[in-house]
Design a binder for this molecule. Structure first.
Ligand code: WTA
Length: 685
C-alpha cells in the first residue's frame, strides 16, 4: 500500500526547498507564533525589586557590545586563576575555540577554597531527601568531603585526564563527585539516573570511563530505583571500568563485586580532608555530557574549564540577581546540563546557599516544592515549564498552603513557556513581585544565552526576550540572511561565547557538521552556530522560541531523538519498522507518538503495546517511553525512503490532513488517523 503520491512528495519537497520558516513544520510554527503573539502584555521590573536589584541599567548591554572580549575578561577577574591568561579568545582555528588562552586554574578553587577561607560555616547545600531527611552542608564540609573523595579516587588510580562516569540519584554525594573529579582534573561524565542500563553502557563506553560512581538505590516517588543493579548490567559490557564506588543511600542489599566495587563511606573514611587542587589549563576538558541529536547515537558534548566557569558564574549572578544571603533552589537534576551549570558550578562559584531536593514534586503531597520554599526561605526558584503546567493542573490550593514571600526571582528553562503558564507562575508563585526569567540555552551552550536581566529587561509572557550581554544571536532565513523584526526563521549564535562546547567527544567532524556547516561561510571567515531551534523576532526585536526544527523531541524539557526511540522499537523482535514523532501535549510540551509496522502479519494488541513501551524503557529509559503506539501496515515515506514525520505529526495532533484526503488510498491514512486518535487518549500515562 502506498500512502502518498508522487505529487504529494513533490509538494512537500518544494515546501522544504522554499525554506518555509522551519522546513516541514511551517504551518505548525506559524500557528504557534500566532498563538504566542496574541499575548500583548508587558511586565517592567516591579518597583520594589528594582530598588534592590544588582543591575538596573541597560548600559550593561552597551558596555558588553562595545568591547565584548574586554567585558568577558572583566567577568573572569571575579574568579580564582593560578595563572592569568595571555589572550581572552583564540578563534583562529574556528569553529574550535580557545578561551582564556594560557591561563591555568582549578575550578574547585573558585567554588570551594576561597569560600572556605572567607565563609567556612555558610551552608553550601541544604539537602532535602525525598523521604523527609535533611542535611546542611557548609562550604567547609563540602570542601572536606570533596578532598576526601578526590583522595579516594586518586587511590583507585584516577589521574588527570581520566574519565569518571557518574550515575546517581540527587544526593549530596552527586555534586561532591563532580567536584572531586574536577579537583583531580579528571573529566566527569554524568549519566542521568533515569537512563537504562543500555544507555549507561553506551555512554560509559564512548567516554571510556575508568571508574563509575553510583548509589545502591535512589528514592523516587516513594520507590527505590535500583541504580546499582542497572549499573552492574551496564558494566557487563563496559570493559574500561576498573572500579565502582557505591554511595549507600537507601541501605538496600545490593551485590558488591569483590575487587571491583567499594562503598563510598569505606573509600573516604580514612582519607585526608585536604588535597591540593590539580592545575589544569583553561582548555582542559572539565566534563562530557551526552545529549540527543538527530541520529540514534547520542553526542558527547565536551566542555572545558576556564570559559565554562566564567560563563556559568557570570550568567548565574546576572540572571538570578544573586546576593550573599540568598537561598537559591534549582529543581533540575544534576544529570542534565542545568544541574551542572546552575546547581553545581555557577552557584558555588558565586558562594551562595542552594537547596538540593532529591525527589518528585508530589511526594508526599503536591505542595512539596512550596514546603521547601517555605522551610528554607528560598529566594530564587528555577524550574521547568512542564512542572509549572503540572502545578497549574493540580490547582492553587497547594502553593496557597505555604508562605512564598521569600521568593525574589523565578525562572524557567528547557522548553518554550506558554503565556498562560507564565501568567500563572507570575501570579500564583511570584505574586506579581518576582520578575520571571525565561532562560534559553542548551547543553551545547553551557550556560544561559537568551534571558531577561531581572532588574533591566521588560518581559513579555512567552518570550525569552533578548541575548544577554556578551552573547550574540540572530534569526536567519534559509540562506542565512538576518530576518527583519516581525519574521521567523532559525536561531543562530553569531559570535563565540566562553562556555560554548568545544567539540563532540572523539568526533570533531560531526561537531563541525551538526553545528557549523549550515550557515557558516568559512571562506569569508564567518562562523555561525546553528542551534537547531526555530524562533521569531517580534517588532521590538524580542526572541520567541518555537521548538526544535530537527528530529529532536522535547519531552518535559528533555531532549530525545526520534531516531533513538525508533531504533529501540525496531530492536524488538516483533517490529519490522517504526516511526516516532513528538506531538503537542498540554503538560509535557511534547509527548512521544510511535507508529509501528509489525513483522509477519502480527495484528498487535494491548499486550504488545505494553511490551513495546517497556522495551523502550529498558533500551533508553522511562523518559523515552512512547505515550501512544499505533500499529499500521505501512509507514508514509518519501520516494527516497524518508519517513514523512510531518504527516504523522498532523495525524497525531489530529489536524486536517489536506492533500491526503485526495489520495486513492486515503482510507488507510484515515485509518491510521482514527487509530492514533483513540490511542492518544487511551494509552497516555
Ligand atoms: C529547548 C537545556 C524555549 C530548546 C538547558 C533547546 C528552550 C533545548 C528554552 C536544549 C527556553 C531550552 N525556551 N526552548 N527558555 N530552554 N529550550 O540541551 O529547544 O537539554 O535547543 O538544555 O531545549 O535542551 P538541553
Amino acid at each position: 500500500m502506498n500512502l502518498i503520491t508522487v505529487a504529494q512528495v513533490c509538494s512537500v519537497n518544494n515546501q522544504i526547498a522554499k525554506g518555509l520558516a522551519v522546513a516541514d513544520d511551517a504551518n505548525e510554527v506559524s500557528q504557534t507564533i500566532e498563538a504566542l503573539m496574541d499575548e500583548q502584555r508587558k511586565f517592567a521590573p516591579p518597583a520594589a525589586f528594582l530598588a534592590q536589584a544588582n543591575e538596573t541599567s541597560p548600559s550593561i548591554y552597551e558596555a558588553a557590545s562595545k568591547d565584548r572580549l574586554g567585558w568577558w575578561a572583566a567577568q573572569a577577574e571575579r574568579l580564582v586563576w593560578k595563572k592569568h591568561w595571555d589572550q581572552v579568545l583564540d578563534w583562529t582555528n574556528a569553529p574550535f575555540a580557545k578561551w582564556f588562552v594560557g591561563a591555568t586554574l582549578n575550578i574547585t578553587e573558585s567554588c570551594l577554597d576561597r569560600h572556605v577561607a572567607t565563609q567556612p560555616d555558610k551552608v553550601a547545600f541544604h539537602f532535602e531527601g525525598e523521604p523527609g531527611d535533611s542535611r546542611d552542608i557548609t562550604y567547609k564540609d563540602l570542601y572536606e568531603e570533596v578532598c576526601q573523595l578526590a583522595n579516594g579516587l586518586a587511590g583507585l588510580g584516577v589521574t588527570k585526564g581520566d574519565r569518571v562516569a557518574i550515575y546517581m540519584g540527587m544526593v549530596p554525594e552527586l555534586p561532591i563527585a563532580l567536584l572531586a573529579c574536577a579537583r583531580l582534573g579528571a573529566p566527569h561524565s554524568v549519566v542521568f539516573g533515569g537512563f537504562s542500563s543500555d544507555s549507561l553502557r553506551d555512554r560509559v563506553n564512548d567516554a571510556e570511563a575508568k571508574v563509575l560512581i553510583t548509589c545502591d538505590e535512589g528514592w523516587r516517588n516513594g520507590n527505590r530505583i535500583e541504580l546499582k543493579l542497572y549499573a552492574d548490567k551496564a558494566l557487563e559490557e563496559s570493559p574500561s571500568v576498573e572500579k565502582v564506588v557505591v554511595v549507600q543511600r537507601t541501605g538496600g542489599d545490593v551485590p558488591m563485586q569483590a575487587g571491583r566495587d567499594i562503598y563510598y563511606h569505606d573509600l573516604v573514611a580514612s582519607q585526608a580532608k585536604d588535597r591540593p587542587a590539580t592545575e589544569t589549563s583553561s582548555e582542559d576538558m572539565l566534563f562530557v555530557l551526552y545529549t540527543s541529536g538527530t541520529t540514534a547515537r547520542p553526542k558527547g558534548i565536551v566542555h572545558t574549564t576556564g570559559g565554562y566557569l566564567v560563563g556559568a558564574a557570570t550568567t548565574h549572578r546576572l540572571v538570578f540577581d544573586i546576593k550573599p544571603d540568598d537561598v537559591y533552589f534549582c529543581t533540575a537534576d544534576i544529570g542534565w546540563v542545568t544541574g551542572h551549570s546552575y546547581i553545581v558550578y555557577g552557584p558555588l562559584a558565586n558562594g551562595v546557599t542552594s537547596v538540593i531536593y532529591e525527589g518528585v514534586p508530589n511526594y508526599p503531597d503536591k505542595d512539596r516544592f512550596w514546603e521547601i520554599v517555605e522551610k528554607y526561605k528560598v529566594t530564587q526558584l528555577y524550574t521547568a515549564p512542564t512542572a509549572i503546567r503540572t502545578f497549574m493542573k493540580w490547582g492553587t490550593e497547594y502553593p496557597d498552603r505555604r508562605d512564598l514571600s521569600s521568593l525574589r526571582v523565578i525562572g524557567t528553562v528547557g522548553e518554550p513557556i506558554n503565556p498562560e503558564a507564565w501568567i500563572w507562575y507570575n501570579e500564583t508563585i511570584g505574586k506579581g513581585r518576582c520578575p520571571i526569567v525565561d532562560t534559553w540555552w542548551q547543553t551545547e551552550t553551557g550556560h544561559i544565552m537568551i534571558s531577561p536581566i531581572p532588574g533591566v529587561t521588560t518581559t513579555k509572557p512567552g518570550s525569552a526576550t533578548i541575548p544577554l550581554p556578551g552573547m550574540s544571536a540572530d534569526i536567519v532565513d534559509d540562506e542565512g540572511n538576518s530576518v527583519p523584526n516581525g519574521s521567523g526563521g532559525y536561531l543562530v549564535l553569531t559570535e563565540p561565547w566562553p562556555g560554548m562546547l568545544r567539540t563532540i567527544y572523539k568526533d570533531p567532524d560531526r561537531f563541525k557538521d551538526v553545528y557549523w556547516s549550515r550557515f557558516s561561510k568559512p571562506d569569508e571567515k564567518k562562523w555561525v552556530y546553528f542551534a537547531g531551534d526555530g524562533a521569531k523576532k517580534d517588532l521590538d526585536g524580542y526572541y520567541w522560541l518555537l521548538g526544535r526544527v530537527d528530529d529532536v523531541m522535547n519531552i518535559s524539557g528533555h531532549r530525545i531523538s526520534t531516531l533513538e526511540v525508533e531504533s529501540a522499537l525496531v530492536d524488538h523482535q516483533a517490529v519490522a519498522e517504526a516511526a516516532v514523532v513528538g506531538r503537542a501535549d498540554a503538560t509535557t510540551g511534547q509527548a512521544i507518538a510511535a507508529f509501528v509496522t509489525l513483522k509477519g502479519g502480527n495484528p498487535g494488541g494491548p499486550e504488545l503495546i505494553a511490551e513495546l513501551r517497556e522495551h523502550v524503557a529498558v533500551k533508553i529509559g522511562k523518559i523515552a517511553r512512547p505515550a501512544s503506539i499505533v500499529f499500521t501496515d505501512e509507514l508514509p515515506k518519501t520516494r527516497s525512503g524518508k519517513i514523512m514525520r510531518r504527516l504523522l505529526r498532523d495525524i497525531s495532533e489530529q489536524r486536517k490532513l489536506g492533500d491526503v484526503t485526495t489520495l486513492a488510498n486515503a482510507d488507510v491514512v484515515n485509518e491510521i488517523a482514527h487509530r492514533a486518535a483513540s490511542a492518544a487518549s487511551a494509552q497516555a500515562d
